[in-house]
Design a protein around this ligand. Sequence first.
Ligand SMILES: CC(=O)[C@@H](O)[C@H](O)COP(=O)(O)O
Ligand SMILES: NCC(=O)COP(=O)(O)O
Length: 248
Amino acid sequence: MSTHANEVLLGVNIDHIATVRQARGTRYPEPIQAALVAEQAGADAITLHLREDRRHIQDRDVELLRGILQTRMNLEMAATAEMGEIAARLRPHDCCLVPERRQELTTEGGLDLIAHQAHLTEFCARLAEAGVRVSLFVDPDPAQLDAARAIGAPVVELHTGHYADADGREARAEALARIERAVSHGRSLGLQVNAGHGLDYANVKPIAAIPGITELNIGHAIIARALFSGLDRAVRDMRALITTASAH
Ligand SMILES: CC(=O)[C@@H](O)[C@H](O)COP(=O)(O)O
Ligand SMILES: NCC(=O)COP(=O)(O)O
């Protein structure tokens, strides 16, 4: 676990260990083993996305990890009745509510909090009652952050996918500036502001350097690098990049 008070925290997303397992229906690779290695290598939390279609993480993974993790479990899920029941039963430390579309390859954007404000207000209240800290996965849009505040969620995670996918320096700088403004706006509303999606070894530093950002959730790039350098090394290398960037 990190000890520096201002250090940006790293949540390691282990979904794609399960993606490889599900590709063959084997018993390996084991996401539980990955989570423990990631914790030992310096992860501050383990993130996993229990998708409605169960394409990677399975219910059994969440159940086993809930009793084993030594850091925090950040469970990503859609705001459906089924997922609400699972979260209320297992009570992960954090629950990040995300949009899901069956045909998507990966999460394509943030939740529309304005369109679903009434449902999400009720959903978040039920999770808070169960002792779960709720985070809302949103685009870096001030109106969405205002809605997060109105809904009563203590945490938001800014979707960094458009920053990661930006084509060219100008587009990347524009996407970064949008995230910087959103962090500052979210903090002014009293929200904890996290970020994630599509972050990798080449693009993480400017995001980690944003003042006021608390935690980055990173999965695909870390698991991909682990194929060649091992998961322990892959987590340590990402941890070091974040630490260096957030120290300046
Ligand atoms: C919500 C988010 O940005 C990620 O957790 C992402 O959902 C990872 O899971 P997938 O790779 O299945 O999209
Ligand atoms: N919430 C973002 C996350 O957990 C990891 O996303 P990615 O690094 O796999 O794109």
